[in-house]
Design a binder for this molecule. Structure first.
Ligand code: ATP
Ligand code: LTN
Length: 339
């Protein structure tokens, strides 16, 4: 029908979060935060500091408090605008744990036990050292997403499986109790979705690694960044070429270079023909140092100001209104409202 009025597509609700389990790495920035910033004004976004996820492994309470503010500061310093996006801390909105319990009752042990992240984080532990919280971690993540009826969840590749489980849980709930939740989609960037460790290109860069040389923190000093990049493993040979299969370490470094310098990988590669790894690594370090400088300056400013507290307090107030509405509907559907 050519003359029929077009229905305006709804602005997608976006939800994502990072756990304050340590200081953020450039993996968190390139795989997640950078993409949140890029899509921010085309969506209705909510970004959460997921501190309840961070206690699924032992963490010192004071360190957790410090990291919580650090992660929130990184969101804002990277360009999340709290006048548009909701930015808040998970434990400030109690509906997250309330919904988790209900979703736990329709999630199977087998599903949780099969999660790659669970297997990775527990492979070296004895059964009695694995908390039930670590197993149930993806259920809390599903509650985060479903409470806000999110359409899209921008994450790094490692979180895709968790978002898929969240979809399964939403579909199952809707099937048993009637349409209640939006079924969300994972959104994963083409480049930067999996930044690898500097000491081992077969493992993802992670803030919880015990080798600080494996990651670059957003707060690392310029000289630390230069040293870490100088020491980063490379592949055999000496040519700077993008070949993930045969030269995974170099492919990772080229990806980082490309994202920090906003240049396509082939253009970067072209510049280093016949120059070898040394020159490339020196320039890469400078690109990372320059790329992080404004972010670091803004983070330091935010950590000293009261601005952060007011952003997070107001964010939680805005989030709570949305979360409560969903929670009331859920309680109604499952028969918790007995009066
Ligand atoms: P931890 O080491 O505590 O498990 P992490 O550094 O792996 O943490 P998360 O808090 O689990 O980080 O992840 C936050 C977000 O950053 C997620 O969207 C995740 O997919 C993304 N992310 C984490 N590491 C990388 C990476 N190396 N490359 C791309 N994206 C990443
Ligand atoms: N499990 C995620 C962090 C996380 C998250 C979320 C991401 C917790 N809740 C909701 C997106 C949406 C991780 O990156 N480790």
């Amino acid at each position: 029908m050519p003359n029929e009025p077009k229905t305006q597509a709804k602005t997608p609700r976006v939800f994502s979060g990072i756990q304050p389990s340590g200081q953020l790495t450039i993996g968190n920035y390139l795989g997640a935060i950078r993409n949140w910033v890029a899509g921010q004004f085309k969506s209705d976004p909510i970004f959460c500091v997921v501190n309840q996820h961070a206690i699924t492994v032992r963490i010192d309470p004071n360190e957790l408090r410090r990291n919580t503010l650090h992660v929130a500061a990184a969101y804002i310093a990277a360009g999340i605008d709290p006048r548009h996006s909701i930015v808040f801390v998970q434990s400030d909105v109690t509906e997250h744990t309330e919904l988790t319990w209900i979703l736990n009752t329709i999630t199977y042990y087998g599903e949780l036990h099969r999660m790659t992240q669970f297997k990775d984080k527990t492979s070296k532990l004895k059964q009695d050292a694995i908390s039930a919280g670590l197993l149930n971690y993806p259920v809390l993540m599903a509650a985060d997403i479903l409470l806000y009826q999110a359409d899209q969840v921008p994450v790094g590749e490692d979180q895709k499986q968790h978002v898929e489980l969240c979809r399964d849980i939403a579909i199952r709930f809707n099937h048993h109790f009637g349409e209640t939740f939006v079924v969300p989609e994972p959104v994963i960037a083409k480049v930067g979705k999996r930044i690898m460790a500097l000491d081992d290109p077969t493992r993802k860069m992670a803030k919880s690694s015990d080798n600080p040389g494996s990651y670059i923190l957003l707060t690392d000093e310029p000289d630390t960044i230069r040293k870490k990049i100088r020491k980063a493993v490379t592949d055999s040979g000496s040519e700077v070429v993008y070949d993930p299969k045969h030269k995974p370490a170099l492919a990772n470094l080229l990806t980082i270079y490309s994202l920090f310098s906003d240049e396509e990988i082939p253009a970067v590669q072209e510049r280093y023909v016949g120059k070898g790894y040394g020159a490339f690594k020196t320039d890469l370090a400078e690109a990372v140092v320059a790329g992080l400088a404004p972010l670091q300056a803004r983070m330091a400013e935010l950590m000293e100001s009261a601005e952060l507290t007011s952003v997070l307090t107001e964010g939680a107030d805005r989030a709570r209104v949305i979360a409560r509405k969903t929670m009331d509907a859920v309680n109604d559907r499952v028969g918790m409202n007995w009066k």
